[in-house]
Write a protein that binds this ligand. Structure first.
Ligand SMILES: [Zn+2]
Length: 144
């Protein structure tokens, strides 16, 4: 194994039948509150990302792909159902479920997106909203 073959990160689904490694930089984590992510994962989704060529999925038959929209498909384990990847049709990157990564990830959440599509049962405090916190403003949690 050459030095460049040492993975930056490794990860797997819940049952362990899909395993992967990342051989390049990982982006910090973006949390997505869109309707599709919430339908699929029970709540918001949290994804890191890498260049498509840097992701190596171990050979096996359990990784399946679901085309969730014309512009993207989602990779999941057909045995345990874990959501693992989100791949845009333009192929510029591949998103990796943050929860599937082995720790320590050395990553942090840097952004929350599609807040206008978040569920009505929770509030989100972000750095952006935190600066404008108003206790009476609906949809924004009061910092305690
Ligand atoms: Zn699995």
């Amino acid at each position: 194994m050459t030095r460049s073959d040492e993975p930056r990160a490794t990860g797997s689904c819940l049952c362990g039948s899909v395993t992967f490694s990342v051989h390049g930089p990982l982006r910090d984590v973006i949390v997505c509150h869109c309707r599709m992510c919430r339908r699929l994962s029970s709540h918001a989704s949290a994804f890191s990302a890498c260049a498509p060529g840097d992701l190596r999925v171990a050979p096996g038959r359990n990784l399946r792909w679901y085309r969730s929209s014309p512009s993207a498909r989602r990779g999941f384990c057909s045995k345990c159902g874990a959501q693992l990847f989100w791949e845009p049709a333009h192929g510029g990157h591949i998103s990796i479920s943050a929860g599937s990564l082995d720790e320590p990830t050395h990553l942090k959440i840097i952004e929350q997106i599609f807040l206008d599509a978040k569920g009505d049962y929770y509030d989100v405090v972000t750095a952006a909203t935190d600066a404008h916190l108003q206790p009476d403003r609906p949809g924004i949690a009061k910092k305690t």
